[in-house]
Design a protein around this ligand. Structure first.
Ligand SMILES: *[C@@H]1O[C@H](CO)[C@@H](O)[C@H](O)[C@H]1NC(C)=O
Ligand SMILES: *[C@@H]1O[C@H](CO)[C@@H](O)[C@H](O)[C@H]1NC(C)=O
Ligand SMILES: *[C@@H]1O[C@H](CO)[C@@H](O)[C@H](O)[C@H]1NC(C)=O
Ligand SMILES: *[C@@H]1O[C@H](CO)[C@@H](O)[C@H](O)[C@H]1NC(C)=O
Ligand SMILES: *[C@@H]1O[C@H](CO)[C@@H](O)[C@H](O)[C@H]1NC(C)=O
Length: 402
């Protein structure tokens, strides 16, 4: 090709680009700003932004477009929904009312209403809540015992038996990781998987496995036919010392069964409340030594008792007065600090679904809710509030299959 020809091609393609831009932008601009306007308007619905301010924000926009009656009806409907969904916040707050006990059916009615409202992440609410958690508890630095936050010679007070202390000598100190081990913090999408029977036939497994970090509670089954409902990916799993005693015979004759079971969790962390009660310490250390001697991929971490005490005080100010938080709420609080987006699965402290179908206590057994309906809903109403405020998302029922 002659040099003149190349120049001609260049010039004509520049001209074409210019032409395309002229044609494309005018069509694009109103569409884009009208969608922005919609966002502004729906904000106005909830926050009362003045119309003048709104016009200032998108000056070049033709404000009235296609306002026929269908549009107005839709808008009215969405206004009513907004109103209803706003009232919901108040309804849930009253669940923390100390003087009145709510029945299970009253709870389920509120949850039915919540489910009919659209969920949207609220970045500002999230940041506020996360900042509050960070200033009380600072999970990022403190939720596990590390060599960094617990030097040799520390007298560590137990979480619940707080008058009792354990001196951290070299032999104990060496069990701790040097720093908190969550290298990829902050994680984008996290799943906190509870063990509720609602997970049965939920088909949530694929969605859970797509998360960047998956938290689970108390060594739940994840293999075989349950994995389509609960997923199989696990990054952190809590271990209640009682399961080591009851299910694995304190790792004596059933040590091999235990090692076989935990192999399902890949290179997950096993998190134990070693310093909550004195009775937990020996058995937690035994788990640590068993894993070390067997050279398996999973690693043991210990909940920091001071972190758990601070967290319990934090939730106490919100009306959760149980003497100890549930593992689910502990893990949820940690996830909010460690992740940008948190979704909860299998959190259902009720004996039936909103459609009155019985739900087992766990997805892996037939037991009905063990201790009945008592303190759990206090925690649950807090979690519902976080959902309604757009801080985290609760999956109430089956997952949508893409
Ligand atoms: C009214 O507007 C909606 C969308 O805004 C459109 O789907 C509908 O066809 C319109 N109806 C009339 C009668 O123009
Ligand atoms: C709490 O419950 C009592 C008794 O039902 C009621 O009188 C009171 O108004 C409730 N308070 C709130 C804040 O809902
Ligand atoms: C821990 O407790 C022991 C025994 O009560 C005491 O001698 C020691 O000084 C304490 N250490 C610290 C760092 O407080
Ligand atoms: C799921 O698997 C377990 C154990 O492999 C088996 O006992 C159970 O019957 C299975 N359940 C279904 C619904 O297939
Ligand atoms: C959930 O699944 C388990 C195991 O397959 C079963 O035993 C239990 O009855 C199921 N519970 C419900 C509520 O379907």
């Amino acid at each position: 090709m002659r040099p003149g020809g190349a120049l001609l091609v260049l010039l004509s393609s520049l001209l074409l680009l210019l032409l395309l831009r002229l044609l494309w932008c005018p069509a694009d601009a109103p569409a884009r700003s009208s969608s922005r306007l919609w966002v502004e308007e729906s904000r106005e619905d909830t926050r009362g932004t003045s119309a003048a301010l709104r016009t200032l924000r998108s000056p070049a926009t033709p404000v009235r477009r296609r306002r026929n009656s269908t549009y107005l009806k839709e808008k009215e409907k969405s206004l009513q929904l907004t109103e209803k969904c706003r009232n919901l916040q108040y309804g849930i707050k009253s669940l923390s009312n100390k003087t009145k006990r709510y029945s299970e059916d009253e709870y389920l009615q509120i949850i039915t209403n919540i489910q009919s409202c659209p969920w949207e992440r609220q970045a500002e609410e999230y940041e506020n809540f996360r900042a509050k958690l960070a200033s009380c508890c600072n999970a990022v630095q403190n939720f596990v015992v590390s060599q960094n936050n617990t030097p040799v010679g520390t007298n560590m007070s137990y979480e619940v038996e707080s008058k009792k202390q354990i001196p951290v000598r070299e032999n104990i100190f060496h069990m701790f990781p040097v720093f908190q081990p969550f290298l990829d913090y902050p994680y984008n999408q996290c799943a906190v998987v509870g063990n509720g029977g609602v997970l049965n036939k939920s088909l949530c497994g694929a969605e859970i496995d797509k998360s960047d970090f998956v938290f689970r509670c108390n060594l739940p089954p994840t293999t075989g036919n349950v994995s389509k409902d609960v997923g199989s990916k696990t990054n952190l799993v809590t271990v209640n010392p009682s399961i080591i005693t009851l299910k694995y015979g304190n790792l004596k004759e059933k040590k091999a069964v235990f090692l076989e079971d935990i192999s399902a969790y890949g290179d997950a962390f096993l998190l134990l409340p070693a310093f909550s009660f004195r009775a937990n310490t020996g058995i937690s250390f035994k788990v640590y030594y068993t894993l070390r001697q067997s050279k398996v991929r999973q690693k043991v971490l210990f909940f920091h008792p001071k972190y758990l005490r601070h967290l319990a005080l934090f939730w106490r100010t919100k009306g959760v007065t149980a003497y100890r938080l549930s593992t689910g709420l502990m893990i949820t609080s940690i996830a909010v600090e460690l992740c940008e987006n948190v979704k909860l699965y299998g959190f259902w402290p009720f004996s039936k679904t909103v459609d009155q179908i019985p739900v087992s206590h766990h997805y892996y057994d037939n037991m009905l809710p063990k201790r009945g309906f008592h303190q759990m809903p206090k925690e649950y109403s807090q979690i519902l509030q976080l959902h309604v405020k757009g801080i985290l998302k609760l999956q109430f029922s089956k997952c949508e299959i893409a």
